[in-house]
Ligand binder design. Sequence first.
Ligand code: SF4
Length: 423
Amino acid sequence: MKCDFTMRYESIQAKTLLSKPIYGDAWFHSNRSMNSYRGCEHACVYCDGHCQYYRIDNFYTHIRIKENAPKVLQRELERARFQSQRKMQSDTLVRFLNEQDKSKVLDKGPRKIIIGVSGGVSDAYQQAEVKYRITRQVLETLHDFRLPVFILTKSNLVLRDLDLLKEIHKQAFASVCFSITLHDEATKSIFEPKSSTTWERFDALKQIRKAGLFGGVMAYPIIPTVGDSIDNMLGLANEAKKAGAEFILFAGMTLKPGRQKDYFFNVVRRQVPQVYDDLQKIYANNHTYGHPIFNLLPVHPGLQGRIVCQKIGISDRSVRHMPPGEPEANVQVINRLLDLVYYRQIILGKPRNMWKPYQDFAIKIEKGVEDLRNLSDQDLLEERLGISSKMAQATKDILKHGTFKGLTRTQEELDTIGASLKK
Ligand code: SF4
């Protein structure tokens, strides 16, 4: 499909860059996000960044380049390092570190900051990056601070920075995930007209993984009636596995009322009129956050995704990584707790009290607690962390068996629903 976009690029000065911390995120590996650009030339038809909420006019065609982003980032990280060191000096947990460990910790700067360089309202590797190289400079800053990075992109331009990403991975970690939603290139070119092709993205992922970096596939949004066919989802999972992805996470599409939804349906009416009426019904509720009418969905992408992943032999859950120096046991426990949160909250739609306590504990760990394995071995989990005996038992089980009762029960429930779907 030919795209008729007249582009305008404008340099702007950012006042701030990093988002507020978000802990216990069951989707992404990061706890802060930032955007080097405002607006996104990739022009995906369903893009959430296009909605009025972000107040970015001409989102697809007027790209604002945050020229001073690397400098602002440096300033904000220096401030975070200062605050982090002050906090650590007064933190009671420091009592549990011996003097040698303490100096190592203080050296690390702003601990636990994992920055997602694509904040969701722009792609860090859109076309403007070829010329302006803001993302490259941002990575150089993260490298100077010895911080890890999480990248989510639809572009193989990220390979240009592989040298730097490898350096970052050596001293912290680099996780490069690709958003890939449509296996068929012709359909992809309708809904994601200007990003790298599906094949180019899988190929880039293969190179990322071959270079030893972390990486996976975020297969969302899965467009109902367009991307939710078993062929599309199996095709994506298969390619993800072949590319060496750590996981492929399938999830659905939201369409917020207003310009996001209007533009989407405008394109659907012209390009794929055969699915227009069905999609109109699915999104007829004009939900503020853009949620579909769930019982009208042909399939639940998360549920079907789980079936597909089991068939292919790849994880259906994103993997969290932690910077070096963080206890491995803590990362393991966070991952399993957030698996439960994701399944119960997002896929099964369970009430808040059935997943929130697990998320709260994951947040607590992510913000910084002692090595859970040591606490578990000494039977001090409840006393030191102020958690319930149930949560302490879950922690012990994860550390001993790799999972815990609440999670296995939830997975069994998903498998039962999955089995009925397969019939
Ligand atoms: S690449 Fe991401 S930010 Fe850019 S238009 Fe597509 S969905 Fe939006």
